[in-house]
Design a protein around this ligand. Structure first.
Ligand code: NDP
Length: 222
């Protein structure tokens, strides 16, 4: 399996849990970080906004099968609301959170097709749900919310396009997780979130492709 943004937070924990369960994990990060030599974890460099970095990763993988691809890397960007949202920041958040997962699927499609499970899990957020994302009384985060809404559409579109090839595509909400992004007040420990997400991926098949699920198994409204 391959995971992006595996240098810290949820991505790092997902990598650890998959490796502990016996998977061979390709853990991608922007920097060559510590952890090389951890059993079952192979580190690769990937900046998801850098086309040459993505091409180099794809080339280094060659025809190697990837059973599960987890598009986890993301940024929150500034927390701007209607009066303060910054155009450049908005576009950068869209690039990392919405565009990159699409380009990664395209770059690694032959590897996915060579794999047995053929699952793409896009780590999204309830913050990007049109139905639920505005339930929290929070006026900001235009960039982040719009990027995750766009990612959700990418999930549905990829699910439609790749169904004939037997590829399952999901959007997953990890909960409010205690990471750098979630902050220390967050309610869900990173290990619990990762375990929940891994369990969902493990029991999902083509029939559920194009769905939006939370770490606790709940279906999230689009
Ligand atoms: P963190 O901020 O703790 O970690 C983000 C990860 O993404 C880091 O590994 C970071 O790498 C990586 N990353 C950012 N930009 C790039 C890039 N251009 N190329 C490659 N890697 C990049 O976030 P979380 O672990 O909390 O979040 C994981 C996922 O869960 C994200 O998709 C997030 O949107 C989602 N999520 C998180 C929630 C939470 O409460 N924490 C709630 C809902 C969704 P680096 O170390 O190099 O910066």
């Amino acid at each position: 399996m391959l995971i992006t943004g595996a240098s810290r937070g949820l991505g790092q924990e997902l990598g650890r849990q998959y490796a502990a369960a016996g998977w061979r994990v390709i853990a991608c990060g922007r920097q060559p970080s510590a952890g090389n030599g951890e059993t079952g974890i192979e580190r690769r460099i990937l900046d998801v906004t850098d086309a040459s970095s993505m091409a180099a990763l794809a080339e280094s993988l060659g025809e190697r099968p990837i059973d599960v691809l987890i598009n986890n890397a993301a940024i929150r960007g500034d927390t701007g609301g209607l009066s303060t949202v910054e155009p450049e920041d908005f576009l950068e958040v869209m690039r990392v959170n919405a565009l990159a997962p699409i380009l990664i699927v395209r770059a690694l499609l032959r590897n996915l097709l060579a794999g047995g499970d053929r699952i793409v899990a896009n780590i999204s957020s309830r913050a990007g749900s049109l139905a639920e994302g505005t339930l929290d009384d929070d006026e900001g985060d235009y960039a982040y919310r719009c990027s995750k809404a766009a990612l959700n559409m990418a999930t549905v579109k990829l699910a439609q396009d790749l169904r004939p090839h037997g590829v399952t595509v999901l959007s997953l909400h990890p909960g409010w997780v205690r990471t750098d992004m979630g902050g220390p007040q967050a309610s869900v420990p990173v290990a619990e979130s990762a375990a929940g997400l891994k369990a969902i991926v493990g029991r999902t098949g083509l029939a559920e492709s194009g769905s939006f699920r939370a770490f606790d198994g709940r279906t999230v409204s689009w």
